[in-house]
Design a binder for this molecule. Sequence first.
Ligand code: FES
Length: 98
Amino acid sequence: MNGPAGPPNGSSPRQVPPVSLTPYPDGPVVLRGPFQLVDAGGAPVRTRRRAVALCRCGRSRLGSLCDGTHRSAGFRAPGGAPRRIPPVVTVPLRVDYR
Ligand code: FES
């Protein structure tokens, strides 16, 4: 008889924490979790961190990573979830779950 698939030898399945994206008011979007940041060509970008702040003001001298310039630039944007999520979301960033 075939039972439900499960981990071998009664071990518990590996729990993978979720990746989260948090847009902060007037600031970056913070990415937390087991992510891998890669560039547009797919090459890994070393972060050595479990969380990174992604620039959404377009003024950072670190490219896609926030360097705090949004404060002096007077960047204004709401935080939290968008009011409406379009049916198709395209993001120029690839996140690999490992
Ligand atoms: S959001 Fe911080 S520098 Fe752009």
